[in-house]
Write a protein that binds this ligand. Structure first.
Ligand SMILES: NC(=O)c1ccc[n+]([C@@H]2O[C@H](COP(=O)([O-])OP(=O)(O)OC[C@H]3O[C@@H](n4cnc5c(N)ncnc54)[C@H](OP(=O)(O)O)[C@@H]3O)[C@@H](O)[C@H]2O)c1
Length: 244
């Protein structure tokens, strides 16, 4: 675990979160929660956040090849086009990456607006992972603005999603939730890393925790602490699957 007594510069913060290796596929998940374990306040995660969490949120996007999110998060958080700022564009160019990561959405019902900026202003055509049973009308409309990919019959299967991202040359995957998708990824034993911000707030119990339960769970997975930052009373931890 690195030790830092003094504030990190923006460049040091990027170095801390930059992938150690780009060769192998790596699924990193990013969440914020309250100290009593809630992933939202009034249905949104925004009230939990602050400048330090936002800085790390942006860096995690900036060093990823693809940002994966469930449709519930995309709808409730009102996702726009996925772009990263100039400093991260420079970092990406030095790393030989395209200026912006690709957006990928997981949805069964395809209740996504093809006229929204998420699609129409995207620098790279977004991917939509769905099932072969998805509504055909919505599929046709979304196919005008996104690449729609079947990744299961009844539900989207994480292994299909990850294999497809690998095939497309997008090994560094950042999942931004939400809890339903995170629960699915844990059950599939697919999570390599969790970046978890803990906000100094007692939410009171109305919000869901960061992972929704699934019927069939993988055995509890131990994780190692990679780094821990503090910004005021906010803690930003990074846990990874132990090297085998
Ligand atoms: N604290 C945080 O860091 C954080 C992060 C993200 C989200 N959130 C909060 O989480 C809440 C949303 O939670 P959520 O659990 O609904 O979000 P979610 O996991 O983003 O979305 C659930 C939706 O994703 C699709 N989906 C998930 N698994 C699927 C599968 N196996 N096959 C096909 N489709 C699948 C479905 O979309 P369709 O309905 O389109 O079929 C499902 O309704 C919001 O309040 C948001 O603010 C918090």
């Amino acid at each position: 675990v690195p030790r830092h007594g003094s504030p990190l510069t923006p460049a040091e913060l990027i170095d801390l979160y930059a992938p150690a290796s780009r060769a192998a596929q790596w699924l990193r998940v990013n969440f914020i929660q309250s100290i009593d374990g809630s992933s939202s306040v009034g249905g949104l995660s925004g009230a939990l956040g602050g400048p330090a969490d936002k800085a790390v949120f942006d860096i995690l996007r900036g060093v990823a090849d693809v940002v994966l999110a469930g449709a519930g998060t995309v709808r409730s958080e009102g996702y726009g086009a996925l772009t990263v700022d100039g400093r991260l564009v420079e970092w990406r160019r030095r790393a030989g990456l395209p200026d912006h990561p690709v957006m990928a959405i997981v949805s069964r019902r395809l209740d996504l607006d093809p006229a929204s900026a998420l699609f129409t202003e995207a620098p790279t055509r977004p991917l939509v992972f769905t099932t072969s049973n998805a509504p055909s009308g919505a599929r046709r409309e979304l196919a005008e603005v996104a690449t729609v990919i079947d990744a299961g019959a009844e539900e989207v299967e994480p292994r299909h999603v990850l294999a497809e991202l690998e095939r497309r040359g997008l090994p560094q995957v950042l999942c931004e939730g939400g809890p339903t998708l995170f629960g699915l990824l844990i059950a599939a034993d697919a999570v390599d890393e969790l970046c978890l911000t803990t906000a100094p707030l007692l939410e009171g119990g109305a919000g869901a925790r960061i992972a929704a339960p699934r019927g069939e769970m993988a055995a509890p997975q131990e994780m190692e602490l990679v780094s821990l930052l503090r910004s005021g009373a906010m803690l930003l931890a990074r846990y990874a699957r132990p090297a085998s």
